[in-house]
Structure formats: structure tokens, C-alpha cells
Design a protein around this ligand. Sequence first.
Ligand code: NAD
Length: 496
Amino acid sequence: MSISSPSTEQGQIYQNFIGGEWRNSHSGETFASTNPAHTSEVIGHYQRSTAADIEDAVEAAVKAQPGWAATPAPERGEIMLRTALLLEQQKEELAALMTREMGKILRETRGDVQTAIDVAKYIAGEGRRAEGETVPSALPNKFCMTIRQPVGIVGIITPWNFPMAIPAWKTFPALLAGNAAILKPASDTPLLSLKLAEALHKAGLPSGVLNVVTGPGGSLGDVLVSHKKVNMISLTGSTEVGRRVAEICGRDLRRCALELGGKNAVIVLEDADLDLAVESVTLGAFGTTGQRCTATSRVIVQKSVQQAFTDRLVAAAEKLRVGDGLDSQTDMGPLVNTGRVKAVHEYTAIGKLEGAKLVLGGSPLTEDGYREGAFYKPTIFTDVGPYMRIATEEIFGPFLSIVPVATYEEAIKVANSTEYGLSTAIFTESTRLTFRAMRDIESGLVYFNAPTTGAEIHMPFGGMKASGNGHRELGADAVEEFSETKSIFISYPVRK
Ligand code: NAD
């Protein structure tokens, strides 16, 4: 059985993966995904699924889940390990497909696939680790322990910016915990989720344990999120969509884990190593074209070093080569689609209206070589007020706001002043301020003298405030998120 139908003149047609089979949608309709570096290039046609397809996927998952949960956890882990080895063999091919599908440069798409491989290996080991704990009882002749059990059926909804890493870092722990899942990838990037399912299936995952259904987020997502047989939703996406999903889950008291937006800040204090700060901000703000949930979107800089820092940063950002991510000379690829170019450009207009000073970029790239793509210039505003829209709203593009402050205290206040709390970095040589910042910064990830991007898969990942709802992914807690904990009390009193 093959992941796609034979290619037609318009490109390949990919099917949903339901109950271990590649299937067309009940709608009989497809939608196209195009290369954002060359928008006339169609990457593939995907099923425009409907509620009936979600119904089929849920039924397949419900049927498969008890048998999967009864499979010993180490055996479940072995399948993850074999998946990692299969993905390793295809790494270059998958990375190139991903670059064509959503635009980020090859170095980054290789990293994305590598993350999936690393998570699979890490989670494989979890299959052999202790699943619960024993705890001394407060009473005589009594034994206490916890066991972990699957939640049941999990709906997984993912964004387009990490097309394989995020589906993988949700799917592997969900399955290792004994759940069956329905994965709905973002419409800009369905292909890598289908490839993930293909690899898991080849590695021996039983039919129906993972199902992938492609289609529009609004209608399809709502059906999945409100389905009575789905016990948990795990979503990574915007805060707006997260709020909607949380409301629906809240009505049914359904478990829901959300990883949402950010407005991540780098604080540059006057004692900072400015070259290191410039290098890190360039990477954090313009890497993945600013489309990481942890991308640097604000720099909060002490006024005494504002000019020196800004001059060096503009000089570094000016050198970035923008282009097709498949070209090894490219530093920054296109945005994910032309709609996003428009959205980012609107923020340039807003920044000007708000009275901030544009010091770099501020327009789409439209000359020869760029005309057919979703390219935007690396953009920097300085003298940004801390409460301006460009300093508080997630823009999700190559767009940076520099906010000057007088003191450490003011820097922390500004850093904590948005609704988000995902990732913050601070550049200082002071041990005293390092420890104070560790305590003071309101975000789930805090970096010292390093970019806001750069999570490691064996560390917990997630945000505070409107960047999530308190869960952490990856790290040792990854499987916990997809498990029910049961407390067991066993009494063995001596018969009188
Ligand atoms: P998005 O919220 O538009 O979409 C995310 C997913 O939700 C997609 O699969 C989409 O189809 C689906 N969706 C849309 N409407 C839905 C609905 N009503 N019900 C259920 N599902 C629905 O986000 P995006 O544009 O794909 O990704 C960018 C956003 O994701 C940014 O805000 C970014 O910060 C965030 N993000 C967060 C993290 C994190 O770990 N915190 C990681 C990556 C991206």
C-alpha cells in the first residue's frame, strides 16, 4: 500500500491514513499545498476531510486502543525505536520535502527531522522505565503505589512551523502511554505527518493506533475537539485557537493540553557581551524566518548600550541572504504563505503609525528571483514603546522590536508585561542578576547568554500565562501528560 496515488500532471494526491489504510475523504475533494519559495509549484494534493472521516478515524482508534494498551510498554517502545531508524534513513529526503513544503532552510528542516528521531529514541527508553511509584503508607500493614494508565483516545492538532518535530513529540509519548490517536496536521504542512504515520506503520504499529486526517482547521478541528469518544486534545497553535479549543473541552471536562503563542524577549543589559547578544538575537529573530513559537520578537536593551547594540544588530541582519531554503547559501527562507506576508506587512504599517523608528527592512521582497515567493525583508524597529502593538502582539515573521529601558528592574517589568510567557533570554555577566532573573522572569523557558530558541528534547518544554495551560511537553514529563495516574492502596492486616 502506498502513501500517495500515482502522480498526475497536477502533482501527487495523498490520502488520509485511517485504520492502517490510505483512504480518500468522503468529500471526494482535495486541497493543494504549494512551495512558498515558488508558489506555482504544487507539493501535493491532500484530502479535504469532513466529519465523516473524523468519525471513521475515531472508530478505528477506539477499536485498536485496547489491544495496543495490552501490548507491553517495552514492546511499544521498540516500535518507536524502529521508527527512529527508518526516519534516520530518510532524513535528507524528508528535510528537502519539508523545505519545499513550508520554506525554512535545509539546516533547519534537517534539525526538525532530527528532533523527531531524537524524541523517538528518548521515548523508546521510557517503555522500560518505571511507570509508577511506591510510597510508604501512613497506616500499618498497608501498601501504597501509583500506576499509570492510558487516557484512551487522543486528538492531536499541530501547527505548520515544525511539520515533523511537533507531530512527533506529541504522537510518540501519546502512543507509548498506550493511547490511540487521531492526528490533524496544519493544512500548510500535511505531508510530513503522513510520512510520520508511514514510518510508524512500517516499524510495526498496529492498524488504527495512529490515524491521520487532513483538512481545514476550523470545521475539522471542531469536530475532533468536541467528539464524545475523544478523551484528550493536545494542541499546539495560536493562543486564539487554543482559547476556542479550551472552551469546547471545558464544557465536556475533557483533558486538554495547549502549547500556544509567544512574544519572546531578549534582555540585553549594559554589562552584556554585545557580540554574543547580536549573534543570538540574529539567530533567534530571523531563524526560521521568525516563525518559531520561541522566536525573539522583542529586544529589551539598557539605554546605555542601545545604540551600539542596534548598530551591530542591523549590520548583522543586513548580511542575511534571503532566498529558497534549498539553496545552501540561503540564511532565511520565505514565510509559509503569501497571506502571512500581508499580515507581517500590516505590522510594519502599525509600527510606523505608533511612532517607532524603522531601521531595517519593512517591505516584501518583490524583485526578480523573489517575485514568485512569500519573501519579506528582515525588519527591525527601534525606540519601540513597551505597550505598542508591535511590542505586545505575536507577529510571527522576521520582525523585531527594540524597546529601550533604564534599569534591570524596568527590563523585567517590560519583559513580563505581555500576556505571553514562553521563552525569555537575558544577556549579562552578573551572577547576582542571573539568579534574580531566574526568579523574576515569567516564562516557561529562560536562557542566559543564549538565544530564545534552542529547546532540548530531554528538558520540559512549554509556557506560562497565555502561552499554554500549564502542561509541559518533552522531557521526563512527556508520557505523564498522556497518562492517567491511579493511586492504589492495599491493606494486609493480620487476622484477629
Ligand atoms: P493555528 O492556531 O492557526 O493552527 C494550529 C492548528 O490548529 C492547525 O492544525 C489548525 O488547522 C488547527 N485549528 C485551527 N482552527 C481550529 C479550531 N477551531 N479547532 C481546532 N483546531 C483548529 O496556528 P498556526 O498558524 O498553524 O501556527 C502558528 C502558531 O502556533 C503561533 O501562534 C505559534 O506561536 C504557535 N506555536 C506554539 C508552539 C508552542 O510550543 N508553544 C510551537 C509552535 C507554534
